[in-house]
Design a protein around this ligand. Structure first.
Ligand code: ATP
Length: 236
């Protein structure tokens, strides 16, 4: 479903992604773990077209999308829930969800159906549908960010650090939501610093260090890998 071939992304003279190749197959949950500044967010942005690729190629469903503009990639079935959630604080929950359906703004009935689907998935959002998003708790905002990405009915969902800044109990809920999405057949690429939880939910995983993939394997293999244990799993 997704293939990156030697992708490089730079900010001026700084090369944040230095030639990354990876793939995500249909129905898989794949995770990229890495420390702060490893280039995880930059990599996701290059997949949705928010950062230009300097070299290498991005294929979606086998089609070279390296230079397809961001708004057209939504039509190809890719959506991202960004780091820091990116919800519009002064808009209500419902309005944020409607923005996620922008690509089919001419079909209000389909938009309503999609909102209903997300309210079923995240009942808390239904309760809070008229509340300004900036007043939601961190966990609720994260649910909203994921639901908003799902409004376009993507086949590939990119999640950028959904656990960031959340309390352990809420992180559990978020990972449970990811498990359910996976169960529904959605293909997911998950970027995380919470390596233990991310590897636990992932079919396959990559370790990204200063812009390069240094390890790959199944989620379980990486959970058991001594280098991953030492660098990302603390003393466990
Ligand atoms: P974190 O987990 O802290 O979000 P990350 O792995 O997602 O980190 P990126 O945000 O992709 O890392 O950043 C990779 C590198 O690119 C870092 O050195 C960062 O300072 C740099 N960088 C990111 N965004 C920009 C930008 N807009 N302009 C200049 N440099 C940037």
């Amino acid at each position: 479903m997704l293939k990156l071939d030697s992708v490089k992304v730079s900010y001026g003279a700084i090369e944040a992604v230095k030639g990354v190749s990876l793939e995500v197959r249909k129905g898989e949950v794949v995770t990229i773990i890495g420390a702060n500044g490893a280039g995880k967010s930059t990599l996701l942005k290059s997949i949705v077209g928010l950062e230009p690729v300097k070299a290498g190629k991005v294929f979606i469903d086998g089609k070279d999308c390296t230079h397809v503009p961001s708004h057209k990639r939504v039509g190809l079935g890719v959506a991202m829930s960004p780091e820091g959630r990116g919800v519009f604080a002064d808009q209500t929950v419902r309005e944020n969800l409607m923005l996620g359906a922008y690509s089919r703004k001419n079909d209000p009935r389909a938009t309503e159906e999609a909102i209903e689907r997300e309210f079923k998935r995240f009942p808390r959002l239904r309760e809070r549908q008229n509340q300004l998003s900036g007043t939601l708790s961190g966990g609720e905002q994260q649910m909203l960010a994921i639901a908003r990405a799902l409004m376009s009915e993507p086949r590939l969902l990119l999640l950028d650090e959904p656990s960031l800044g959340l309390a352990p109990l809420i992180i559990k809920d978020i990972f449970e939501a990811i498990r359910q999405l996976r169960h529904s057949g959605l293909t997911i690429l998950l970027v995380e610093q919470m390596a233990k939880q991310a590897l636990g939910v992932a079919d396959r995983a990559y370790v990204l260090e200063t812009g390069l993939i240094t390890l790959e394997g199944s989620g379980k293999e990486l959970l058991d890998d001594p280098k991953v244990k030492a660098a990302y799993l603390g003393a466990h």
